[in-house]
Ligand binder design. Structure first.
Ligand code: DHB
Ligand code: FE
Length: 288
């Protein structure tokens, strides 16, 4: 059976992709940021996941304001990237895992989440930048992935608690997948940032650190936030926190933080990376 071995949550700021493209990882400005990923690479080398389920928000590349699904799942053999206007080099296609995609689609639909299924899907910086950060060899060497998107652009947005339940449905779908494989969840986005309006540049370190604490042992506290509260506390783009909340919902066994780093600012964003170990519920019970 498939097993969720853990999760990695990270910000997905496009300028990180720009720094990678220019080879600035050792530049004094970027070094502390990129160095934080060494322990993440060590975790990946130790745990060797076979497939990644990537929960993120599309920013207008695959979906635009005219057609914006609340929840969508990719079901392709591969996913192309394209120029979004950030000036980042277009990445080679990422490999899919359509068998796991259809497992997630079937089993999540059976739990009453009415998904959009995408047999073709372009992935934007919110997918590509974290993949580059976690698997710097990238492209065809990156892990097979299932992209899952949550609308964080076009209001009304799904409530945080709905995202938590969506994640729980994904978790059940993965753990009932008959293939013997190790799954890592990725959540991308956040933490606090606001890119427009009179609060452009807004970052809330106190709230970000509170979220990084609650996501481990009290995710319900995050699920209880209203969309308005998240926007007030984390900025209008801080709603990307929903991707983290869904990721956490998918882990229903024992969760512990293996690594955590907060770095401000990354461009306009409270930059965060966290790694979680997950012991699925049956194993967690057996160990007690
Ligand atoms: C920035 C952050 C984002 O999450 C994003 O999607 C685009 C830009 C930023 O901080 O510049
Ligand atoms: Fe974003």
């Amino acid at each position: 059976m498939a097993r969720i071995i853990g999760a990695i949550a990270t910000s997905h700021v496009p300028s990180i992709g720009g720094a990678i493209a220019k080879g600035l990882q050792k530049d004094p400005y970027w070094k502390p940021f990129f160095d934080a990923f060494d322990p993440v690479h060590d975790w990946l080398a130790r745990n060797k996941p076979d497939v990644a389920v990537v929960i993120y928000n599309d920013h207008g590349l695959n979906f635009f304001l005219d057609q914006m699904p609340t929840f969508a799942v990719g079901a392709a053999e591969s996913y192309t990237n394209a120029d979004e206007g950030w000036g980042l080099p277009v990445r080679p296609p990422y490999i899919g895992d359509s068998e796991l995609s259809w497992q997630i689609i079937d089993k999540v639909m059976a739990q009453d989440f009415d998904l959009v299924t995408c047999q073709e899907m372009q992935v934007d910086h919110a997918f590509v930048v974290p993949m580059q950060l976690l698997w710097p060899d990238g492209g065809a060497n990156a892990i097979p992935a299932v992209p899952v998107t949550i609308n964080s652009i076009q209001h009304p947005l799904p409530r945080a608690e709905r995202c938590f339940h969506f994640g729980q449905a994904i978790g059940r779908a993965i753990e009932s997948f008959p293939r013997d494989c190790k799954v890592v969840l990725l959540a991308t986005g956040g933490l606090s940032h606001q890119l427009d309006g009179t609060r452009a540049g807004f970052i809330n370190k106190e709230f970000d650190l509170w979220c990084m604490d609650k996501i481990v042992n009290d995710p319900q506290a995050l699920a209880d936030l209203t969309t308005k509260e998240i926007i007030e506390k984390a900025g209008s783009q801080g709603v990307e926190l929903m991707c983290w909340i869904a990721m956490r919902g998918a882990m229903q066994g024992h969760v512990s933080a293996a690594f955590s780093k907060y770095h401000i600012p990354v461009s306009n964003t409270g930059g965060a990376v966290m790694v979680f170990d997950h012991q699925p519920a049956a194993r967690a019970l057996a160990a007690e």
